[in-house]
Design a protein around this ligand. Structure first.
Ligand code: S3P
Length: 425
């Protein structure tokens, strides 16, 4: 795909699609609750469609209307044994959360996904779930998909997580809902807390204090009416596009502002971005408008607990850093090695092809800003976020960018390239 955006700018209001993490959980909680869950703002992307079709295979009735999805939940006991293996596609959230959810069910199922899923570590969920008494087996040394889960009666545990991961935390909590006794999860630092918010909203008993989350076992959840805000991880591409392209101003409408996800805003402010937040009234997940204008930027250091709050935004932050004055250092981000692709390698390799001065390290990136990028042929490496970062780079290159494997973008934001093309001035 040829992206010829040189000397163009952006001046627009954009409503980005619904939050991916929240959309997955909306279907999952709707399915194990009793009664109907109405979902507005669901993200129709490849990843979330995988979750939707897995639950249909489990016998959950899901109605798709023009502006909402209705999940007819019949509780965990309402799930039916699927006739075929469950295909999670490219979605790590689907396979890891469903492993926990199915572990305490009354059915057995096998979860598998695409070539990227087959390479991602699964022991991180299999280990704690096994401690809860789950009958769960991974492939190849037990660490990889396909994962076979045979539902059984679980018992609550206390689990001290070695890494901050919302997927691991959520798998344990989803298993804990139907376990005997209390389940306690201790995080090294707070990861996104959508699952905890869902548990509370669906009438569950959950207590959080500092980095500890405790839930009661054998709980019954009840269907809810949900409004899903825009995904800040999708908004991030527009935010950076506006920040690095002279003459640009973008207003992003109704974007999720959950504090466990807003690290990108903190970093952009620190780098000197012209960025304004208008918070809107909310009873569930916080949300609001984000306005970003072009400005001069300076390098920064990104590490420690901040990494968890912006883990999915690091590829686009790397592009931002190429346009800043001075050096940006990103460290403590070794988790990027096991995302949809090795994002440390993919980000540094692809941005280097465009002339960026970027060095990969074992747990991050060192970017020397201020180098002029040129048009070249690059590849999404099958990773949606690498694909969108490279599409945005075409705004600051001196000639067209040829983006191969652009279809990977559909995993989280199917209309991104179209929306970008439509809004260029
Ligand atoms: C997600 C958690 C994060 C994030 C992923 C979505 C979630 O993964 O990178 O895109 O929805 O829980 P980890 O839990 O592996 O950090």
């Amino acid at each position: 795909m040829k992206l010829d955006f040189t000397n163009r700018s952006l001046n627009c209001d954009i409503e980005v699609p619904g939050d991916k993490s929240i959309s997955h959980r909306a279907i999952m909680f709707g399915a194990i609750a009793h009664g109907d869950t109405h979902i507005k703002g669901f993200l129709y992307s490849e990843d979330c469609k995988s979750t939707l079709s897995c639950f249909r295979q489990l016998g959950v009735e899901i109605k798709e209307l023009e502006n909402e999805i209705i999940v007819h939940g019949k509780g965990i006991q309402g799930l039916k044994k699927p006739l075929e293996h469950l295909d999670v596609g490219n979605s790590g959230t689907t396979i890891r959360l469903m492993s926990g959810l199915l572990a305490g069910s009354a059915i057995s199922a096998t979860l598998f996904g695409d070539a990227s899923i087959a390479k991602r570590p699964m022991a991180r969920v299999i280990k704690p779930l096994s401690e809860m008494g789950a009958n769960i087996k991974g492939s190849i040394d037990g660490n990889y998909a396909p994962i076979k889960v045979t539902g059984t009666q679980l018992k609550g545990i206390t689990y001290k997580m070695p890494i901050a991961s919302a997927q691991v935390k959520s798998a344990i909590l989803l298993a804990g809902i139907h376990a005997e006794g209390e389940t306690r999860v201790i995080e090294p630092n707070p990861s996104r807390d959508h699952t905890e918010r869902f548990l509370r909203a669906f009438g569950g008993a959950i207590f959080t204090e500092n980095n500890e989350i405790v839930i009661k076992g054998n709980q019954q959840l009840h269907g809810q009416l949900l409004h899903i805000p825009g995904d800040i991880s999708s908004a991030a591409f527009w935010m950076v596009a506006a920040a690095i392209t002279p003459g640009s101003e973008v207003k992003l409408l109704k974007v999720g502002l959950n504090p466990t996800r807003t690290g990108i805003i903190d970093v952009m402010k620190e780098m000197g971005s012209d960025i304004e937040i208008e918070e809107l009234e909310s009873t569930g997940e916080p949300y609001g408008n984000i306005i970003v204008r072009y400005s001069n930027l300076r390098g920064t250091v990104i590490d420690g607990e901040l990494i968890t709050r912006l883990i999915d935004e690091i590829p686009i932050i790397a592009l931002l850093a190429t346009q800043a004055l001075g050096q940006t250092t990103i460290r403590n981000a070794e988790e990027l090695r096991v995302k949809e692709t090795d994002r440390i390698a993919a980000t540094s390799e692809q941005l280097s092809l465009l002339g960026a001065n970027i060095i990969p390290t074992k747990d991050g990136l060192i970017i020397k800003g201020g180098s002029k990028l040129f048009g070249a042929e690059v590849d999404s490496c099958g990773d949606h976020r690498i694909g969108m970062m490279l599409a945005v780079s075409a705004l600051v290159t001196d000639g067209p960018v040829i983006l191969n494997n652009a279809d990977a973008i559909a995993v989280s934001y199917p209309t991104f390239i179209n929306d970008l093309n439509k809004n260029l001035c």
